[in-house]
Design a protein around this ligand. Structure first.
Ligand code: ZN
Length: 247
């Protein structure tokens, strides 16, 4: 089975639609690691799209805050403004959908999905010592995580830890990573709608459980059109700039 794995869409439906168009016919089931909403100008459209895909979806910290399950007190002022604005935009039905999303870890076909870390959906796993702990406690040999908006991840073979990150000069198919027996993987598809790894293109992976490989992909989308919608809507200026630099 080929799975399209998306994370951190952040209400950017232009990026999401570009990914869906680029991957048409290449996967059988979609998975979303959370943060469908927050920051971007299209909260309802992003939720509608994920719902129409019938994606296996877990919640992210923004989904949880916007649904009103937490009060976003640990969000910075810009993120908090975006939470309140997004909550106002969303239909009752879409808010209810966000509120009922499951929390990771969730198991899918022998692998595991989480938003932040295995034990804490709000934790950012950026560096090797944290990743070693995740790989140690991982309930499956292959786990996908999001939240950091950085495409790549970590892998462990015996005592050796590999850190996976990419140079933005890569073409659309960044890397096809073979999934080997005896190796543990903690992999991040990157962010669809708000990359922060220096490459402004939308990021995603396709995981092929039969061919045992994970393909890392990027696709360019119309950033300017999203930025112009953000000027019409209230998200503060730093968020608009952020899309173009990918940080
Ligand atoms: Zn996010």
């Amino acid at each position: 089975m080929r799975y399209l794995i998306l994370s951190d869409i952040h209400a950017n439906v232009t990026a999401l639609d570009t990914v869906l168009a680029a991957t048409e016919g290449q996967w059988q089931k979609a998975i979303c690691l959370g943060d469908i909403v927050g920051y971007g100008p299209d909260p309802n459209q992003a939720v509608d799209r994920i719902r129409s895909l019938d994606a296996i979806t877990i919640r992210g910290n923004h989904d949880k805050a916007i649904a009103g399950l937490t009060e976003a007190e640990d969000f910075n002022p810009i993120a908090k403004t975006a939470v309140l604005w997004s909550r106002e935009q969303l239909t009752r039905d879409n808010l209810e959908y966000l509120a009922q999303l499951r929390q990771g870890p969730v198991f899918v076909d022998g692998f595991c999905i989480v938003h932040g870390s295995i034990s804490d959906e709000d934790e950012y796993v950026f560096v090797a010592p944290q990743a070693l702990e995740e790989l140690r406690i991982a309930p499956a040999p292959l786990t996908f995580f999001g939240h950091t908006h950085r495409q790549g991840g970590f892998m462990q073979r015996g005592n050796g830890l590999g850190v996976i990150n990419f140079d933005p000069s890569h073409r659309n198919l960044i890397w096809s990573l073979p999934i080997e027996e005896g190796v543990t993987y903690f992999l991040n598809p990157g962010s669809v709608g708000q990359p922060r790894d220096g490459d402004p293109r939308a990021a995603y992976v396709i995981a092929d459980t039969d061919a045992r490989k994970v393909e890392y992909w990027r696709v360019a989308y119309d950033i300017a059109s999203v930025q112009s919608r953000m000027i019409d809507a209230p998200p503060p200026e730093p968020l608009i700039m952020r899309l173009a630099v990918g940080r």
